[in-house]
Design a binder for this molecule. Structure first.
Ligand code: AMP
Length: 503
């Protein structure tokens, strides 16, 4: 396979009548999915002839139509950029201006926000895509896609306040998907329940597993997670047997003893990635599902969902961290010390990744790209790029990789990756802000913003309102505290650790 749309051709040939995807309202077989995606791809080409290998925005909550739009963009020979429909307007403006996209496929309630964000391209409302079904294939541009061309672009948190656009190629997705389906035994009997929104890289395996191995995908709306008992019932009604969720979502079901009343029947596989899965919570899952396979995956968006994995194959006490394991196929992990040498076993170093899964870089930002994607320090004989993750890891006595923490101040909060520096950058937009520092209290799972103001204090509410205007809800601090000064460390930098200890 050289591009992802070829997998839809394959499923259309092999399993026309099998259910490919469904949400609360719509169900499509692979045959219907093919017709719909083909129709959308052709419409894009008709509306924007000549648009090729270019970003197209998807601005919509997830639904079967949004799923078809994602694939329709690929079908047209372009790549998709899913954006959170609830994105605050200032952040949306930054993304829209960085992208310079000519086309957006949007739900009706997204048009005003796109206009307000200065989007000057054309928009197509998603509902208008539904009647576009076609069995007749005409060339769209997809025949010209190379496996090194982009498939999607996701914006993640950036430390300068400007979100970074991570560009991922068809090859990176094909590489991961082939490994996943073969190693973890996915096939047409797999029924998935998608938890992550499409603008988050945790949704990538959900989007492509149906295409690669004929599985069925059930889309879960966010509200389903508000009522765990009903969620379990819904999973049973849909005969879901595989979950690829972030740990925070899995923990919603173990926080209270829901499984004592209601269990998911026939659960074969649970995969999690994106943040630390507390062993205590995993042990509750394992108690209720002794025959289910659990897999801890690790990876940043820059390496197409995951680059290491660990199939849980032994018992762990509640306090022992789970390994992130070993590299996925066609991937090498280097653990480098501060002199860029490989560490000895047991020593902590930065996890760096080699292989086809690496992102093509940050959209429109060569400087940042060249800082994170660098020549392997192990030789200079030919171009051999590694991605520096900024994550600290070490190997245990079994040679398994253990996650230690972030090298910088990036955190994971409620499943979202956040650079604390981004909150600070926005807070510095307040005229009276002299100094500020955001820290994360892991124990209470709270972001705290410490501030030094020219007025001396008393502006907590104003600061909160300012942040709310610019940042998504999950990035807002739980506490804002004004101080006379911030502590400094020996290098004269703000002493984050000392502040963290005060939290
Ligand atoms: P994102 O790009 O949003 O997927 O976030 C990537 C970051 O999440 C990584 O750089 C890690 O810091 C963290 N992460 C991902 N998977 C794991 C895991 N299994 N255990 C601990 N941290 C993880």
């Amino acid at each position: 396979m050289t591009n992802l749309t070829q997998y839809l051709d394959l499923q259309n040939r092999l399993r026309k009548d099998k259910i490919a995807v469904k949400d609360g309202e719509t169900t499509l077989t692979f045959g219907e999915l093919y017709q719909q995606v083909n129709g959308i791809g052709q419409k894009i080409v008709d509306m924007e002839p000549g648009l090729f290998n270019s970003p197209i925005i998807i601005f919509s909550p997830k639904s079967v139509v949004a799923y078809c739009a994602v694939l329709g963009v690929l079908w047209s020979g372009n790549y998709y950029v899913p954006i959170d429909i609830e994105m605050p307007i200032d952040r949306l403006k930054l993304i829209v201006s960085t992208l310079g996209a000519r086309l957006a496929l949007t739900s009706p309630n997204g048009i005003d926000a796109l206009n307000a964000a200065g989007f000057c391209g054309r928009t197509i409302v998603l509902d208008a895509l539904i009647p576009l079904k076609s069995d007749v294939e005409v060339p769209t541009g997809r025949e010209k896609i190379l496996d090194v061309d982009p498939a999607y672009l996701l914006f993640t948190s950036g430390s300068t306040g400007i979100p970074k656009g991570v560009v991922i190629s068809h090859r990176a997705v094909i590489d991961y998907m082939q490994w996943q389906c073969a190693t973890l035994h996915f096939d047409e009997s797999t029924i998935l329940a998608n938890q992550a929104p499409f603008h988050f890289d945790a949704s990538m395996p959900d989007i492509y597993t149906p295409l690669v191995c004929g599985a069925t995908l059930t889309l879960l709306e966010n509200q389903r997670f508000l009522f765990p008992n009903q969620l379990v019932e819904f999973l049973n009604q849909n005969q879901v047997n595989t979950l690829i969720w972030v740990p925070s979502a899995l923990m919603l079901l173990t926080a209270k003893d829901y499984f004592a009343q209601n269990t998911i029947k026939g659960l074969r596989l649970v995969m999690f990635c994106g943040e630390v899965m507390p062993t205590k919570h995993l042990n509750i899952w394992r108690k209720y599902y002794p025959d289910t396979v659990f897999v801890n995956l690790y990876g940043p968006t820059e390496t197409a969902y995951a680059c290491t994995y660990y199939v849980i194959d032994r018992d762990f006490p509640d306090t022992e961290p789970l390994p992130i394991g070993k590299p996925c196929q066609n991937t090498e992990i280097l653990i480098l010390n501060e002199w860029d040498q490989q560490v000895s076993p047991g020593e902590t170093g930065e996890l760096c990744v080699r292989g086809s899964s690496l992102s093509l870089g940050y959209y429109g930002d060569i400087v940042k790209t060249n800082t994170a994607f660098v020549q392997s320090p192990l030789h200079t004989k030919y171009r051999d790029l590694i991605y520096r993750t900024g994550d600290l890891v070490r190997q245990n006595e079994f040679g398994e990789i253990l996650y230690v923490g972030r090298k910088d101040f990036q955190i994971k909060h409620r499943g979202h990756r956040i650079e604390l520096g981004e909150i600070e950058a926005v807070a510095y937009g307040i005229a009276e802000m002299e100094q500020c520092c955001a820290v994360y209290d892991e124990e209470k799972q709270q972001i705290i913003l410490y501030c030094v103001l020219s007025t001396g204090g008393g502006m907590e509410k104003d600061i909160y309102m300012h942040l709310k205007k610019h940042l998504p809800i999950y990035m807002l601090p739980a506490k804002i505290q004004c101080k006379d000064t911030l502590p400094l460390n020996a290098n004269g930098k703000i002493d984050r650790l000392a502040l963290k200890n005060q939290a």
